[in-house]
Each structure stands twice: as C-alpha cells, then as structure tokens.
Design a protein around this ligand. Structure first.
Ligand code: PLP
Length: 393
C-alpha cells in the first residue's frame, strides 16, 4: 500500500482545535468566568421559517407511499437547479440548468472539484490569510502553492501577480478579512485567468451579506468569467443552513482546458463519486432562495449586521485599523497594544473573557491581526465589546 504522503504536509495543530484547547484550559481554571465566544463562524439565528417548513414538508412526503422518493439525481433535482438559475437572474446572470450542480454545502464541493486537476502538476495561488480549506486541499494534492499576500497595503484585495498560475482561489466577501472585490478588481482577475489559462475557484459563501452597490454578487457578472471561473454558493451563512447542509456549484459550459469541458468532467466526477444531496435539504434550498425566503434570510443577516456595528464602533472609537463588517459577517483588525495574534487571543480571553480568532491562524500575513465574528447575539456582542473597549488602546 502506498499512502498519499502529502497528508504529512498538513499542519499538526488545526486553528480551531488550538482555540478550543486554550479556552477549555481557561474555563477549567476560571469556572465562573462569563466567557463570550466571537470566534468560530457559525450562525446562531434559526432557519427562515419558509425553509424550515419546506424541509419538514419534504420529510412528511417521505412518510407516505404515494409521495415517497428514493435516490434522486446525483447532480440535483431539476426544481432545485431551476431555483438557483432563477436566483442568479437577480444579478443579471443567465445560467443554463446543466451549469448548476447541487451539493451538501460547498466545503465538500470546493475540495472535491480538485479531482479535475492533475495532482502535483499545478501552480495554485492561495491568498494569505486564507480560509484553511484551500491551502489544505492544495497540500493534499501535492500542488505547488504560491501565496498571495493580502495586506493592509492592498486593502486585503490583492491584484493578480505578474507570473502565470494554473489555479486561483478567491473568496469575496472574504473570510477572514471581510474585504470584498469591486467589479474592476474582479475584472482584472478574470482577465488574468483568461490570459494564462488559469481557473478561478470562486468561493461566494458570503455573497448575501454584500450591501455596497459596487461589489459583484457573482463572478459571472464579470465579462469573460464564463471561460475561466467556477463559483461555489452556500446556504450556510446566507440562510443558516450550517447543519442542514446545502449549496451549489456553477461550472460554465465555456470553461475548457485543452478543449476538454470542465463541466463534463465535474458531472462525471459527481455522478461517479456522489449520490446526490438529500431531498429535504433541496426543498429547503428552493424555499430559501425564493423571494419570500430571501426576505426572511435577509432579516437574519440584518441582525448580524447590528453586531457588526457594535464591533466597528469600538474599533473606530479606539482608532484601530480594521476591515470587513459592511459586506461580511467578519471584522478583521490589527491587534492593539502591539501584541501578536496569539498574545492578543490570550489577552482578550484573560482580561475580557472573550474568545476570538488569531489572524495568524489563517496564514503568516494574518500575524498581528485578529478576527471577530458577528454571529453571537446582540446582547453578548454588546457585552463583549464593552469589555474589550475597556482594555484596548
Ligand atoms: N467557504 C468559506 C469562505 C467559509 O467560511 C465556509 C464556512 O465557514 C465554507 C466555505 C463552507 O461552507 P459550507 O457550510 O457550505 O460547507
């Protein structure tokens, strides 16, 4: 047996495991400390009612002989794909049904799509700091990683490099920095990818949080993206589906490598290795993406945005440099008091009993930065920021 030795390249200590360990140790030593967690990016508000009802109704159908269903189509039911196609029309993007596949959240699709690319043979641009999945899968595949520094100087929205590459991961609005590409910046990336025949793997998990008009909601709003981009859309943060699990992937018909259709390859991959997203989740997705579903989902997002304001106000008051919050549920800021990311983590935990995420855990360029999320309750966020206000300068 020959194992995939690339797994040995993965980092030992996963960021959130280390955070959990330090938090557990602190709580054991200080059992009465009123710890507030603004760390992990998981939602807290319930599902839009219309989506929850659709999921329950779908399970009801499965209880009866007349409405029972067995295996569904591997790539998603037609009615689900149609809902995604309709959703994109909101942004002026026309998709063909066959360009859309339905999955169980995009974490798996982003990882699984790497099956289409030869292992150990591609140069991959990975932003730094980065959502850890892109780096981990590139390492597992033995690809050559070139890091793309996302810094205060480039407002965490880097321009394409001078050198060519084969694959590019972009996430906008970004996790962890909250920064969001505008149309012009994304056009530069699309032009770059078309020029060097690279594929852009575009993580659109936070699209629904965008409120500024100059920010695209889909890479397919950009001219030329249909020949160089794959887009991943998730219901996790949009509509609170983190435990339900639902998302979609768009691989355009025009995307080809050496004349071979990546859409066809992705269909081959999914029909071979995946048996389709669960029916109730798909009904939930359809309901969530409907106009009424989006109204309800947007109400939750508006709640999270109130927490953004609480966090941003304190950082502004203290004159601390930050990004995010406006178009994303994350606020990324420079650690105060000259501390590095982990020292600041310990400082916040010990002095304010608040748990956040050290920026360096997302990559070397994240050193001296820190991420807070807006997913806790208003009351907890208010209390956490009041405590933080008293100790940072
Ligand atoms: N991409 C980004 C940038 C994320 O932050 C997350 C989850 O936190 C995911 C993908 C995973 O999304 P899903 O829940 O759809 O698998």
């Amino acid at each position: 047996m020959k194992i995939n030795g690339n797994y040995q390249k993965l980092e030992e200590n996963y960021l959130f495991t280390e955070i959990a360990l330090r938090t557990k140790k602190f709580c054991a030593a200080n059992p009465d400390a009123p710890v507030i967690k603004l760390g992990i990016g998981d939602v807290t508000l319930p599902l839009p009612e219309i989506a929850a009802d659709a999921i329950i109704k779908a399970f009801e159908e499965l209880k009866h002989r007349e409405t029972f269903r067995g295996y569904g189509p591997e790539l998603g039911y037609g009615f689900t794909k149609a809902a995604v196609v309709d959703y994109y029309k909101n942004y002026g993007v026309e998709l063909a049904m066959d360009e859309v596949t339905i999955g169980d959240g995009i974490g798996s699709d982003i990882a699984n799509v790497t099956d289409l690319f030869e292992k150990g043979a591609n140069t991959v641009l990975v932003p730094d700091p980065v959502y850890p999945l892109y780096k981990a899968t590139s390492l597992m595949d033995g690809q050559k990683i070139v890091y793309l520094p996302c810094t205060a100087e480039n407002s965490f929205t880097p321009a394409p490099p001078d050198c060519p590459s084969d694959m590019v991961y972009l996430c906008s609005p970004n996790n962890p920095t909250g920064a969001t590409f505008d149309f012009e910046q994304l056009q530069q990336w699309v032009d770059y990818a078309n020029d060097c025949s690279a594929v852009i793997l575009y993580d659109n998990a936070y699209e629904r949080f965008i409120e500024e008009n100059d920010k695209p909601h889909s890479i397919f709003q950009i001219k030329g993206a249909e020949t160089c981009a794959i887009e991943f859309g998730s219901l996790s943060k949009t509509a609170g589906f983190t435990c339900v699990r639902s998302g979609y992937t768009v691989v355009p018909m025009g995307l080809k490598a050496n004349g071979i259709s990546l859409n066809r390859m992705w269909q081959q991959r999914q029909t071979t290795k995946y048996n389709g997203a669960p029916y109730p989740q798909q009904r939930g997705l359809v309901a969530a993406l409907s106009p009424e579903g989006m109204l309800q989902a947007d109400k939750n997002i508006a709640e999270y945005k109130k927490n953004s304001a609480l966090i941003a106000n304190v950082l502004q008051e203290k004159g601390i440099f930050y990004s995010g919050g406006t178009n994303s549920p994350y606020i990324w800021f420079r650690c105060s008091n000259g501390m590095n990311s982990w020292a600041f983590f310990d400082f916040l935990l010990n002095e304010a009993n608040v748990v956040g995420t050290p920026g360096v855990g997302f990559g070397a360029c994240g050193e001296n930065y820190f991420r807070l999320t807006t997913f806790n309750t208003y009351e907890n966020t208010e209390e956490a920021m009041e405590r933080i206000r008293l100790i940072i300068s």
